[in-house]
Ligand binder design. Structure first.
Ligand SMILES: Nc1ncnc2c1ncn2[C@@H]1O[C@H](COP(=O)(O)OP(=O)(O)OP(=O)(O)O)[C@@H](O)[C@H]1O
Length: 392
């Protein structure tokens, strides 16, 4: 009913470089899909093209079975929630939520029922007669979400809906959005954020868009997949560096030898390490970059380790981030250690580099396949519980 398909969708503003380049996506009915990427990568533009608020230069957009390129926004069966709430200031909460239904000539009894149901779900019942100026930011955003719910759309579109909320309210509203999606059995959701934690926690699948001068295919899809797939099997350095916080450490070296499941690399700092990666398509002597996530790194003399000097540390309570000399002064290697860890600047420590935790990238930044099985990465387990029955 609300499957969304994009085929070779392209967008450029005038003579400027393309903002969206040949994007192909197939977002399933009831799927929660998150567009994520750095500022300016084109995620809002892509969402607005689905909504009908931006034209599509070329390519095809389908919602359900229907080609929507030239269909007016109101006829697309989508409801959008904006970062800025976009409420009518002179209308009460009730009137704001009822407005779209009145335009669509829904009868008053149904309007009352639908607004009442949405107000109950979003705990807005005591606020229905207030004007938006008498609401907090979080309450305003709930009204905006309520206005989308009452329309019972086939597709929900969210454009950075939590950006104006404080940290605690962001977590609470994130939970509410996930619940609404789950309770609406057949609706698909497309959600834009620059926050990779929101993307990881909400998405069935993530679309990470390329961005930045180092990426030739600006505005194209870097990777489309389940959150843990992007985390454990990023297709390139850009994805590996974007997903995960603090970001993955990159350590340059040269390939010494490769079998189908083990690569031996000599780091630029001289040590030899092995990674469970298939680098057999490369020749010995090829320039490569190792990737090691801060949470996979440990200070300790595991079977494979290198000695490093502590530069500084950040103690956060539940964890301590150690910044170690990596051989490249501007780019320390970050290790996430337990909160009770303590190390002095200048101290020499052993940085363990377990072969199963190492990623490897070729000179173009493309990932070489990790040979560790999905079961070992918990990638074969279902990420989300099945949806509950539809809200009626
Ligand atoms: N009307 C316009 N005319 C020209 N360029 C535009 C227009 N609208 C957007 N752009 C450009 O398109 C690019 C993508 O913008 P978009 O708002 O989609 O990015 P975004 O990924 O959502 O960024 P952010 O996270 O900062 O909101 C940016 O470089 C922006 O300057």
């Amino acid at each position: 009913m609300a499957r969304i398909e994009l085929k070779k969708v392209f967008k450029a503003y005038g003579d400027h470089p393309p903002v969206i380049r040949d994007v192909n996506l197939d977002i399933g009915t009831n799927e929660f899909c998150v567009f994520v990427g750095p500022s300016g990568c084109g995620k809002s533009t892509l969402l607005r093209m689905v909504a009908g608020l931006e034209t599509i230069n070329s390519g095809e957009l389908r919602i359900g079975e229907r080609v929507m390129n030239d269909v007016a926004p109101a006829q697309r069966g989508v409801a959008m929630v904006f970062q800025s709430y976009a409420l009518f200031p002179h209308m009460t909460v009730y009137e704001n939520m009822a407005f779209g239904l009145r335009l669509s000539k829904v009868d008053e009894a149904s309007i009352q029922r639908r607004v009442g149901d949405a107000a109950r779900i979003l705990q807005l019942e005591p606020l229905l007669q207030r004007l938006p100026k008498a609401l907090s930011g979080g309450q305003r955003q709930r009204v905006a979400i309520g206005r989308a719910i009452v329309r019972q759309p086939g597709v929900f579109l969210f454009d950075e809906p939590l950006s104006n909320l404080d940290a605690a309210l962001r977590v609470q509203t994130r939970f509410e959005i996930a619940k609404i999606h789950r309770d609406f059995g057949k609706a698909s959701t497309v959600y834009v954020t620059h926050d990779q934690v929101e993307a990881m926690t909400l998405a069935d699948r993530i679309v990470l868009l390329n961005s930045g001068p180092a990426v030739a295919r600006d505005g194209s899809v870097a990777q489309f997949g389940a959150p843990l797939e992007l985390y454990h099997r990023p297709v390139n350095k850009f994805v590996a560096g974007f997903i995960g916080s603090p970001k993955m450490n990159f350590i340059d070296g040269t390939l010494q030898a490769a079998t189908a499941d083990l690569a031996t690399v000599v780091l630029n700092t001289g040590e030899t390490v092995q990674a469970r990666v298939n680098a057999s398509r490369l020749s010995a002597g090829a320039k490569v970059t190792l990737g090691l996530r801060p949470e996979d790194a440990e200070v300790g003399t595991a079977s494979q380790h290198v000695l490093r000097t502590v530069q500084w540390q950040e103690r956060l309570g539940e964890s301590t981030y150690l910044y170690l000399d990596s051989g490249a002064p501007s780019d320390p290697c970050v290790v996430k250690a337990p909160g009770n860890s303590f190390a002095r600047a200048g101290e020499r420590v052993a940085l363990s580099m377990p072969p199963q935790h190492l990623h490897l990238f070729d000179a173009d930044g493309l990932a070489l396949p990790r040979t560790i099985a999905n079961e070992e990465l918990s990638l074969s387990a279902p990420v989300q519980a099945p949806a509950s029955p539809a809200f009626a």
